[in-house]
Design a protein around this ligand. Structure first.
Ligand SMILES: Nc1ncnc2c1ncn2[C@@H]1O[C@H](COP(=O)(O)OP(=O)(O)OP(=O)(O)O)[C@@H](O)[C@H]1O
Length: 236
């Protein structure tokens, strides 16, 4: 046990002959908001799914909040997938009930607060919502579990810039000090102001990781600029 929120050693996940994760090592402490960055297909979703306990048949060791992958680690992780997982016909109130039934650590008051913060109503039906509104419902649910590790897969993709700001504020609202928030995104510029750290991936490995302030000072550029440069060098 390391005391870290996430401790990964030599994680390899293959799909047939393709290595989606290739002997990946990663250590992330509590109390951080960390951006998981990288090109399409570099393995971000695969990594988040392994950490969430949703993918089997991988090699290497993974510890989440001190627990190896299993029922205990799953109970400590709140995962937001990049796809809609709630039924179209459901109203927000039903989704709140569902999460309450499913997750012992679900804080309904916190979810209702977030639903209000996002300007949504409990009586609204998901099938009648825009993509951004649905995204907000799913975020309100995922962020209202009292988890130690939150894994969000592209939570602000496909929503307009104004909605992105509100969503990011909602994600950070009530975030506990003793938790880790790992967010995969291509929208580096939008998330940079709230990130403490970044993990940049390429071909199933960690290419670069560090604290945002250190990286900015060392390279004398924004994370958005650094990201673009790192990927143009490593592509050559
Ligand atoms: N179920 C699957 N079966 C076969 N190959 C898969 C499967 N899921 C992912 N892959 C492959 O694994 C690699 C990593 O995919 P992954 O979805 O983790 O990337 P990503 O970094 O999240 O990409 P994006 O930024 O486009 O969401 C890709 O080459 C992808 O084609």
């Amino acid at each position: 046990m390391t005391g870290n929120a996430i401790e990964v050693r030599g994680l390899t996940k293959t799909y047939g002959s393709l290595s989606a994760l290739d002997a990946l090592d990663l250590s992330l402490p509590y109390g951080q908001v960390v951006g998981l960055l990288g090109e399409n297909g570099c393995g971000k979703t695969t990594l988040l799914k392994v950490l969430a306990g949703l993918l089997q048949d991988h090699e290497g060791s993974v510890e989440i909040a001190g627990a190896p992958l299993g029922p205990e680690s799953k109970a400590r992780v709140s995962f937001l997938p990049d796809v809609s997982f709630l039924p179209d016909g459901a109203r927000v109130a039903y989704c709140l009930d569902l999460y309450g039934d499913f997750f012992a650590d679900f804080d309904r008051a916190r979810a209702e607060d977030l639903i209000g913060f996002f300007g949504l109503e409990r009586s609204m039906r998901l099938g009648q919502m825009s993509k951004g509104m649905r995204e907000k419902v799913q975020i309100a649910l995922a962020m209202s579990r009292k988890a130690r590790v939150y894994l969000l897969d592209e939570p602000i993709s496909g929503v307009d810039p104004a909605a992105r700001d509100v969503i990011v504020q909602g994600i950070l609202r009530n975030l506990r000090e003793d938790s880790l928030l790992l967010i995969s995104t291509h929208l580096v510029h939008d998330l940079e102001p709230v990130l403490d750290g970044v993990v940049m991936m390429r071909h199933g490995k960690v290419l670069l990781t560090g604290q945002v302030d250190d990286l900015r000072a060392r390279h004398n550029k924004s994370i958005d600029q650094l990201f673009k440069e790192v990927y143009s060098w490593s592509a050559n």
